[in-house]
Ligand binder design. Structure first.
Ligand SMILES: O=C(O)CCC(=O)C(=O)O
Length: 282
């Protein structure tokens, strides 16, 4: 074995302290710039060949229909960092593409992921991977540092048409000047805690802002209390068997994989809109 090539990416004590204190860690090296660019090409290839495939619900579970995204989810640098937080038995339980095109008005209201996602206990973490640079101008995420230490907050349901969240769920009156911009270069990632309050503003640049979000990596001890979920084993063993395990994508847009993705999306909608009278576009 070539030990020189065995690069580990486990988090350092100071990164773990940052996670504990602030509720997020950033930046972490995940992909090379070239790899990130390949991912952008894959997105744009899908958009060109299958228009609307990534719209609406289609922004979810792209790792189930594309080997390029499957590879990111199983990237050992990402998994080393994730393992440092949730332990060695890791499941991939969902992915979402958060794309903000220039000249569109997309934004993400301040919210806590744990509010509507149904994953209990909170032994899970979200990896936000920058496929393009993410900065203040193009609407990078902003984290309300330390807010993960408090209970889940009341969320209004605003259903704003430009809100990229399912219900436009919003924690009101977040002091913007107390939030930190998560500035990332293409290929870097941030990791955030299930209960941190975060959101993002408009893309005022001339290029797209693309984040591929593994939402989330969960420990095998995490159940879905609002519905059914389709997962993949990224590391370790699943001794709990709370969820349905599905295979990995080996070919772009394979018919069987599409069917699994459709089922997964149907179930995800039930989870996200549990108890809601209105259904949004995602
Ligand atoms: O991409 C964004 O701006 C927000 C994404 C988000 O809310 C999340 O990953 O939890």
């Amino acid at each position: 074995m070539d030990f020189k090539n065995l690069k580990m990416n486990f988090l350092t004590t100071s990164q773990l302290k940052q996670y504990e204190d602030k509720g997020y860690i950033s930046p972490i090296e995940a992909l090379s710039k070239e790899e990130a660019n390949e991912v952008r090409k894959e997105i744009e290839f899908i958009e060109h060949k299958w228009p609307n495939e990534l719209d609406g619900l289609g922004r979810n579970y792209v790792h189930l229909i594309s080997p390029v995204f499957d590879k990111i989810c199983n990237n050992s640098k990402i998994l080393d960092a994730v393992e440092s937080i949730i332990g060695k038995n890791i499941l991939i339980c969902g992915t979402t593409l958060f794309i903000k095109n220039p000249n569109e008005k997309g934004f993400v209201s301040f919210h806590q992921d744990a509010k509507y996602i149904g994953l209990e206990p909170h032994n899970w973490v979200t990896a936000w991977i920058a496929i393009t640079d993410a900065n203040v101008e193009n609407g990078c995420m902003r984290m309300w540092s330390g807010s993960h230490k408090h209970d889940l907050k009341y969320h209004n349901q605003n259903f704003d048409e430009n809100n990229l969240l399912t219900r436009g769920q919003t924690v009101e009156n977040v002091p913007l000047d107390e939030t930190d911009p998560v500035i990332l270069k293409a290929g870097q990632m941030s990791l955030h805690h299930p209960t941190i309050v975060h959101g993002s503003g408009l893309n005022k640049s001339k290029d797209r802002r693309i984040g591929f979000v593994i939402q989330s990596y969960i420990g095998t001890n995490v159940d879905q209390v609002l519905g059914k979920m389709y997962v993949q084993q990224a590391r370790g063993k699943d001794q709990f068997n709370f969820h349905e395990h599905v295979g990995r994508s080996k070919e772009l847009m394979n018919e069987k994989d599409i069917q699994v993705r459709n089922k997964a999306n149907k179930e995800l909608s039930k989870i996200f809109y549990n108890g809601s009278e209105k259904i949004g576009k995602f």
